[in-house]
Write a protein that binds this ligand. Structure first.
Ligand code: 6CS
Length: 349
């Protein structure tokens, strides 16, 4: 907490200095428009080379191009200015302009948003997941809830199916009995693994590798690109291609900052976001597939198990009590959003 306040103060000071230096300076954009010089900061919760980093770098490139360099975008991967939970606080307070994050990190503030971690809720087809994220009324309701917390959600995108890793096969819910499964710090994610009888153990992302190495946790769940770049496969003998949920992420801006933008800048941001959304979908597809092959090549003894539809069905049935837990955690508004999302997914089938 103390560290978070110091970091926040530091960023506010830097922000004031930059605003002071840039005040009044104008840069040409085309022949007519003038955009005030400024620096925007975007933090994300992954390491360089990840899916979120690809999004942030593309966003930087597009904003800088579209403003003819008047706006400079600085990208901060996880750990450079605090952790993912602190990033959200920084955006709410105006110390950062943008954040790429995931519903697990905002679970205790906006519990409804955690619904994406319910297993077997989103479609199995990732093109359909993308369509839902881009068109859903349920997602719009979640965006409205973020406004109440000083956040303007600008984009949602999938980062790939969540896959389990362990030092033993996980083929049935019984295999999870008492299993120390690392999860993100979200009460709902914990509930989803409790539904299988596991012993979920929340732990920060950057501690997972050593947690596995030391035996503090026995397994973890993440998309393939992350299992590779975080080197989890070096300390786990099995990867289960389980696909029970999709890692969903989103871009948010500080509401006060966003509302203070001119219409021209809001349009530039909207154009950049649309391009990033398409770009990152292809990036995650490529990274998830290439990196599975890279892990197999780097560690030939790694066991990759593709769960059968029958095995996935056992998990589907066992996962249903977590939906009741979601409703008890997220209340009537959460139930309304969940029911709507279920209908929207059904309509796509
Ligand atoms: O498991 C986690 O904590 C993290 N996984 C990914 C793919 N992105 C960031 C997140 O914090």
């Amino acid at each position: 907490m103390k560290k978070s306040i110091i970091l926040l103060a530091l960023f506010l000071m830097i922000g004031l200095l930059v605003a002071g230096c840039g005040g009044g300076q104008q840069a040409d954009k085309g022949d007519s428009d003038k955009i005030e010089k400024q620096v925007w900061k975007i933090a994300h919760e992954e390491i360089p080379g990840s899916v979120q980093d690809a999004y942030a770098q593309k966003f930087k490139q597009l904003i800088e191009e579209k403003t003819n360099g008047a706006i400079e975008v600085e990208v901060y991967p996880v750990g450079e200015i605090g952790d993912a939970i602190q990033h959200i606080e920084f955006v709410q307070s105006g110390a950062l302009e943008f954040v790429l994050t995931n519903p697990g990190n905002i679970g205790t503030t906006i519990p409804e948003t955690q619904l994406f971690y319910l297993h077997f809720l989103l479609p199995d087809d990732e093109e359909q997941v993308r369509e839902i994220l881009n068109t859903s009324k349920a997602v719009e309701m979640l965006n409205d809830l973020h406004l109440e917390h000083g956040l303007k959600v600008l984009d949602w995108f999938p980062e790939g199916y969540m896959m389990w890793t362990a030092n033993k096969p996980l083929r049935t819910p019984e295999d999870f009995r008492g299993f120390k499964m690392r999860t993100m710090q979200s009460p709902l994610i914990v509930a989803t693994y409790e539904a299988y009888g596991a012993n979920p153990t929340p732990m920060p992302y950057l501690e997972v590798y050593s947690g596995l190495q030391l035996g503090l946790i026995e397994g973890q769940v993440n998309p393939l690109f992350a299992i590779e770049e975080m080197k989890f496969y070096e300390v786990q003998d099995y990867i289960m291609l389980s696909k029970q949920d999709t890692f969903v992420a989103y871009l948010a801006a500080g509401l006060d900052f966003y509302e203070g933008l001119s219409d021209e800048l809001k349009n530039i941001v909207a154009e950049a976001v649309e391009e990033c959304n398409e770009y990152v979908f292809e990036v995650q597809k490529r990274l998830n597939s290439e990196r599975l092959e890279a892990m197999k090549a780097a560690r030939p003894s790694l066991n990759v198990i593709e769960l059968t539809e029958e095995e996935r069905d056992l998990f589907r049935q066992a996962s249903m009590p977590a939906r009741e837990r979601f409703v008890s955690i997220a209340g009537p508004r959460g139930k309304e959003i969940l029911d709507l999302l279920v209908q929207e997914v059904e309509a796509l089938r």
